[in-house]
Design a binder for this molecule. Sequence first.
Ligand code: ZN
Length: 271
Amino acid sequence: MIGILERFRRWRRARRLDAVTVTDEMWERAEARLPFLDYLEADHRRRLRELARAFIAEKQFYGAHGFALTDEVIVTIALQACLPVLRIGLRAYRGWVGVIVYPGDFVIPRKIIDETGVVHEYDDEVLGEAWEGGPVLVSWHDEADAPEGVNVVIHEFAHKLDMENGEVDGLPLLPAGMSRKAWAAAFSAGYELFCRQVDAHEDTALDPYGSESPAEFFAVASEGFFEAPCLLQEDFPAIYEQLRQFYGADPAAGERRVYGEPPQDAGVESP
Ligand SMILES: [Zn+2]
């Protein structure tokens, strides 16, 4: 039996959802900005739209620094924000409502006190930030000046999932059937390798920012998982496998379906 309060909540949610209309044209326009959505199966594409519509109904979007939010911006952000919760659903994003959108990078004033008690204040230029129990801050870039190889929305919402079980440490709440041990083994080996690659200034499959900490590594691996899945699978197969189970999708298979098999490294060529 459900109580009056729960019944009221459901009624209110349904009312809000009814108020959100996204036309087919608007879906298509937003999805055209996100070509990697083609890597998803057809039923996942449908579910992503459903989740995004509910996300728009439940969350509040604000434009910061005078940024004028358009429907296209909101729908594009909502679609990407819902990728990490394709399997889990929106309950993973309970407890906060705000999505704050900045026109480009923005500055967050920081204050830290070092071990000698000295206070350091500085400005941190960022693309996004997720606050525990609070809003998610993201920057919006026009296609022309979007930072290469970075997906700030997927990144920040992956952090939100990481926060679901407390500490932001690169270990989110795993579903039944997944092993924390296997997760930790795959991610710690991958993180070590990745840090070595970054230190050696090698070209990396993921944003080098991921070498900051295991939490950032999980967030950039999540970006790679959805945007460049074959590359992630090739360089970090064990991590790809963990994320495949965690996110409940197999975008590398989708990428191969869309583009065909990637060319093999031709080690020996016949004359
Ligand atoms: Zn981050």
